[in-house]
Design a protein around this ligand. Structure first.
Ligand code: SF4
Length: 332
């Protein structure tokens, strides 16, 4: 594990364990996590947010633990080094729930109703009942997660920027009552923070528009076939507009040859069918390199569980220190 120096900044990031990760995770957040994890100037805490998984999957929890292992295996596959980062799960560090409760007492309800992701998810997710106290309050739990570790930096996707601002507000409010205890974190956006899904909305499993890491060739082909393209480009000779095309957004992230694709599209030298065919090849190569590595990692479940167990111990040490400071200022 890395040694903490005076200038070391603490990084916190969490993901809900909802199964295999997708390309939106990879380009939205993971690239940042890998870079920070490998940099000696940062001490990184990466958490499987299994309590958060309950906000939508409360009626069936049978997959949550398996999903944590799958997710951690994906993290390690893409390059997160478990010997240099703390990987742990939220439910095994009970201080998260305690700080959530304390912060809930200070958080105005009307502020929670105003959260853009709350409104958006209520609108988009129709197959689950979400009018629960926990779902409304999940930004408070998210704030507790971040503030518990006195995190300096939180790598975020574009859609999470508002949550980070919320966390800063919660910290400010707490500190205004009890003194400067909580650290207001800064966000770190990746270049392709909002990665598009097959239908042009943000890539998300809830929207059923994602491409998973390690997807096989047949599935890739079927998914790319359904990707949204420029509706004005019907024939090969039609001049295309790559900026509004999902295929092109994938090319921008993954294809070294993307400049040529752009030029061919704009000048009517390529059809959408062959442009998609070439994208399938690029995706297939990318997935193959990951699949081989992942096979070895997921086959040793005991090792994965040990990594998480050790991470939980380390995370608990830090979390407990913060909770003790909070007890002191609350005069408990
Ligand atoms: Fe999109 Fe390619 Fe068709 Fe252009 S040629 S609109 S980039 S799929």
């Amino acid at each position: 594990m890395k040694k903490r120096g005076v200038m070391t900044k603490r990084v916190f990031s969490a993901m809900r364990p909802t199964g295999r990760l997708h390309l939106g995770h990879y380009f939205g957040v993971l690239e940042n996590l890998i870079k920070l994890g490998n940099d000696d100037d940062y001490e990184c805490y990466y958490m499987s947010a299994d309590l958060h998984a309950l906000t939508t999957d409360y009626s069936d929890t049978s997959e949550i633990d398996k999903n944590t292992l799958d997710m951690v295996a994906d993290w390690i596959t893409v390059g997160i080094d478990p010997t240099r980062t703390v990987i742990f799960k939220q439910s095994k560090v009970p201080q998260h729930s305690e700080l959530f409760l304390i912060l809930s007492m200070l958080t105005p309800l009307k502020r929670l109703y105003r959260c853009p992701t709350y409104k958006e998810q209520l609108k988009e997710i129709k197959n689950k009942y979400l009018y629960n106290y926990g779902f409304l309050g999940y930004p408070v739990l998210m704030s507790a997660d971040i503030l518990l570790y006195k995190s300096d930096i939180v790598p975020v996707g574009e859609d999470q920027v508002s949550h980070l601002e919320f966390t800063r507000e919660v910290a400010r409010r707490f500190n205004s009552f009890y003194g400067e205890i909580l650290v207001k974190p800064e966000g770190k956006l990746t270049e392709t923070a909002k990665f598009l899904g097959l239908d042009g909305r943000k890539m998300s499993k809830s929207y059923n528009n994602s491409i998973l890491l390690g997807e096989d060739d047949i599935t890739l082909k079927a998914k790319v076939k359904n990707m949204f393209t420029d509706p004005l480009k019907i024939k090969k000779d039609d001049v295309g507009h790559p900026d509004g095309c999902v295929v092109f957004s994938f090319n921008k992230a993954l294809n070294r040859d993307c400049k040529n694709r752009e030029e061919e599209c704009r000048t009517g030298k390529i059809s959408c069918v062959s442009c998609k065919k070439q994208l399938v090849e690029v995706l297939s190569e990318f997935m193959k390199s990951l699949s081989e590595k992942r096979k070895d990692i997921i086959s040793d479940k005991t090792h994965l569980k040990n990594i998480i167990e050790m991470g939980c111990q380390k995370a608990t040490e830090i979390a407990q220190k913060t909770i003790e400071e909070i007890h002191k200022v609350l005069k408990f």
